[in-house]
Design a protein around this ligand. Structure first.
Ligand code: 6CS
Length: 316
C-alpha cells in the first residue's frame, strides 16, 4: 500500500520533516509493506487546496494548520486566541497531547468535515514581524496584518486596531516586500526559513500564541483501515509527539541564531517585558469571551473544558 502525506511546508521545515520521519517509521514497522510519500507545500496547490484534497480523500494524510479551515470548523479557531494557551512550550505540548477537549470533542467536530485530527502539536511560539517594531497595542494602528483563513484571527488583530488580509504564505514574502502587507506572525524557524526577516526590520517576541499543527487523516479512509494498521498509525502518531517537540525546539533555536547572524539583513529583536505583555493581554482577553459567547456555531463546552485543562497544567 502507498499513502501520500501532504504538508504545508518545504523540505527541511518542521512539518515536512515530520512527514518524512513518520514515513520512515511506518515503513520500518510494516517491513516495507506500506510506504508513505511526504509532499512539500506547493506540490498540490495552496494550503486551502490541500485541506480540501484531504477532505475529499485525494490524499490520505496531511499536516494541517487549523487556520486554513477556520471558516468550516468554527471550533478550530480556538487556536487563534491570543494569550489563551501558556507560552511555555512544554506545557503547550502537554495540553495538546492530553487534552480531552481537543483529542475527543474537537476531533469530532473536524470529523463532521471528513478531517480526523490524530494529534495536535506545537511548532513553537509565534513572533510578530514588522518594520515599525511592535511594542504596544497602539503600534498596530494602520498596519495591515496577514492572517490565515480564520475569521477569529481577524477579531484578534481588529482588537489591536490593525487591518487584516488573508493570504497564503507562498505570496507573503512579496507582499511584505511591496508593503501591501505590513506584518505577519510565525514561529522563528519559519520566519528565517521563508526569509521574511529579509523584508521586515523587526521581530517582536510577544508570547501571544503558538503555531499549532495537526496530523490529520481523511476520516473515511482512516475508519476503513484494518485494525492492526490503524494501530500502527496511532502508535506512530503518539511516538511522534516527543520527536516533533525536539525538532521544533532545535529548528527555532537555529532560526534565531541565523537571523542574528545575517548581517546583510539586520533585524532588531524586541522581547516584550511583563508590563508590555500585560497591555496586550488586556486588549486580547475580551476576545476570549467574545469567542465563547458571540461566535455562532461555537461549542462553548469545548472552550470551557479546554480552559480548565489549561489551568490545570499551568497549576492555577
Ligand atoms: O504562515 C503560514 O501559513 C505557514 N506557517 C507555518 C509555520 N507552517 C505552514 C503554514 O502554512
Amino acid at each position: 500500500d502507498s499513502w501520500q502525506f501532504v504538508t504545508e511546508e518545504l523540505q527541511g521545515e518542521v512539518q515536512y520533516e515530520y512527514a518524512a520521519e513518520f514515513a520512515n517509521r511506518i515503513s520500518e514497522k510494516t517491513g516495507g509493506a506500506i510506504t508513505v510519500e511526504p509532499l512539500e507545500y506547493g506540490s498540490l496547490g495552496s494550503s486551502v487546496d490541500q485541506a480540501q484534497l484531504l477532505q475529499q480523500g485525494g490524499v490520505q494524510l496531511a499536516a494541517m494548520s487549523p487556520g486554513f479551515t477556520g471558516g468550516q470548523v468554527q471550533d478550530g479557531q480556538i487556536f487563534s486566541l491570543h494569550y489563551f494557551f501558556p507560552s511555555d512550550q512544554e506545557q503547550v505540548q502537554e495540553i495538546l497531547t492530553n487534552s480531552e477537549a481537543l483529542n475527543q470533542d474537537l476531533r469530532a467536530k473536524y470529523e463532521e468535515h471528513s478531517i480526523s485530527p490524530l494529534s495536535y502539536w506545537t511548532e513553537g511560539e509565534m513572533a510578530w514581524t514588522s518594520n515599525v517594531g511592535i511594542e504596544s497595542p497602539s503600534d498596530w494602528e494602520g498596519l495591515n496584518m496577514r492572517v490565515q483563513e480564520s475569521p477569529l484571527m481577524r477579531e484578534s488583530y481588529d482588537a489591536y486596531g490593525a487591518t487584516v488580509q488573508a493570504l497564503d504564505w507562498g505570496e507573503l514574502y512579496t507582499a511584505l516586500d511591496r508593503e501591501t502587507v505590513d506584518a505577519q506572525e510565525n514561529p522563528i524557524f519559519f520566519i528565517e526559513s521563508a526569509s521574511f526577516h529579509e523584508v521586515q526590520d523587526t521581530v517582536t517576541i510577544s508570547h501571544h500564541n503558538n503555531y499549532v499543527a495537526m496530523t490529520t487523516a481523511n476520516t473515511e479512509w482512516y475508519n476503513g483501515l484494518d485494525e492492526n494498521v490503524k494501530q500502527v498509525v496511532d502508535e506512530t502518531v503518539e511516538e511522534m509527539q516527543e520527536w516533533v517537540f525536539e525538532e521544533q525546539l532545535s529548528q527555532n533555536e537555529a532560526g534565531l541564531e541565523a537571523i542574528e547572524a545575517d548581517t546583510d539583513n539586520p533585524t532588531e529583536i524586541i522581547e516584550l517585558d511583563e508590563d508590555q505583555i500585560a497591555e496586550f493581554r488586556e486588549v486580547a482577553e475580551p476576545v476570549h469571551q467574545y469567542y465563547r459567547d458571540e461566535v455562532e456555531g461555537i461549542d462553548q463546552a469545548i472552550f470551557d473544558k479546554l480552559q480548565e485543562e489549561i489551568a490545570e497544567v499551568m497549576g492555577e
